[in-house]
Design a protein around this ligand. Sequence first.
Ligand code: ADP
Ligand code: MG
Length: 615
Amino acid sequence: MKHLSSLNKYFWKYRWHFMLGFVFIVLTNYFRILSPQLTGYVVNTVVHSISASPAGTSQAEIRKGEKNYDYLVQQIIAGFEEKPENKILYAGLTLLILAIISGFFMFLMRQTIIVMSRHIEYDQKNEIFNHYQQLDSGFYKTHSTGDLMNRISEDVSRVRMYTGPALMYFINLAAVIGFSIFFMLKASPKLTLVALSPLPVLAIAIYFVNTIINKKSERIQSLLSNLTTNAQESYSGIRVIKSFVQEKAMLGFFKQNSEAYRDNALSLARTEAIYFPSMALLIGLSTLITIMVGALDVVRGVPGANVGQIAEFVMYIQMLTFPVSAIGWTASMTQRAATSQRRINEFLLTEPAIKNEPSPEKPELQGNISLTNVHFTYPHTGIQALKDFSLQVRKGEKVAVVGRTGSGKSTLAQLLLHMYEPQQGLVSFDGIPVNRIDLQSLRNQISYVPQDVFLFSETISNNIRFGMNEATEDDIKKAAIQASIHKEITQFAEGYQTLVGERGVTLSGGQKQRISIARALVKDPRIVIFDDCLSAVDARTEKEIIGNLYQYLNDKTAIIITHRIFSLFEFDTIVVIDEGRIVEQGTHAELIGQKGYYADMYARQQEQERESPSA
Ligand code: ADP
Ligand code: MG
């Protein structure tokens, strides 16, 4: 439960909603509680008009009983005319008015409490989303997207059930119990005891049954999520399934999941089927004994006992039924909300491993980059990706980084962007250690094309513009031309306004890569890092892009990670990495002379190009 206390800041923020809601709940119930008393009054009036001397109590005693009614009720009935017909008519009208007033306050109570819970939900989602964005790459590697999504949607909804309905029902319950028991005790302590005797049993029974129902619903929820994942994977993987002729196997798998879901749902339905009749039985029991005990008292002429009072009590029991049966529901909602809030807090309390120092520098980067004796191990896998890595890049230099897959090239790019922190050694820009530099400022001044392209479900134009709101259509077009993708874009019916992604056009790997390059080119900073971003582009287009890049990179510092050697491009240094270390370093001519890994790689590439001259 202590986890829910982190919601207090929101209750404080919306304290006026909360307090007004509280007042409205009390008023709703106050106007409702008056109707049993008026009804009792009407019944007594009727009983007296049919027989001059009814069994049990005399007229005078009934008058005395009316003193127990609420002050407002006493005022109202004092104003009625003496004729029984008129009394009944006026009482009926008053009952209607009371119901309308009470309904009006009920409307206001939902308007305040439920609205408050929606505000809290909104704030909470934003808080979580904002925090997610601060968290580092390491965090995202260790938590699944599904889990992150669940906490921001499902768990927040569950917390809302607590800040909204559960809270409202709880206050409502307290108000109903308070008012009705107060007036019941005033009217007849004995009958109160009789009427309330089954209620504790009811509350406890409801709580237990609710716990069972909740456990079953949770299980059903998780089975349903399995089923959805199962179905979703089958649809996205439909081509693989069909080409491997696995439709039957997939159906079998789906059926199995589906069956588990059905069986659990049936078991829940059984529990619920028992639940409602047993509740009705207990409430019926309470009504029954109240009528019996009350009627016996009237017949025996016990002082104060009268028929109207029985009617009044039966109505109190009716009014108590719903709030009491909601106790179990409220309790289990609160429990669930606490569990969800614990899950939410777990992430909110996760400090990003990489964040700004208290007063970071925001230097204008010139483009001098240095790595000195850097050691880096991926924290959760223990894979040592860079070992004693040193590299100096001067302003305006173009550096190529080559090496096998898994040699540590992308890791190098990640460290330069300060996505991770090396365990040893120093990464610095213009002599300023990277952890002294403001994260946003650093990343803003580097154009980075990641190895795996990600495009948003947006127009091509917006995908290229991403984050550069001031970029004009001309800038975008220019970048697309440089990335050799402009021609293909204009061939789409909607050109730059073509939608990308699930519901949009399907792009080839190479097209996506080039859009991703254009996105980096729109940005025009001094430092450029390209991570193997031409791997899916054919050799001819690659040459074209390289040619364009030559002008673009002119005075920029560039680190270009590649698996292919661009002999046309004159790099100041080429670095060959293997197993996290630099194994060769020099210009193209120097490395060819060394006859090492680079020379080998170049020879192989030349051979391939001879075999397929079109490239
Ligand atoms: P390259 O880009 O040269 O193919 P990487 O820098 O991606 O190589 O990977 C270097 C090593 O680090 C590999 O052994 C790879 O498995 C590992 N590695 C890469 N990224 C991660 C990660 N996010 N978490 C754990 N290990 C990683
Ligand atoms: Mg890589």
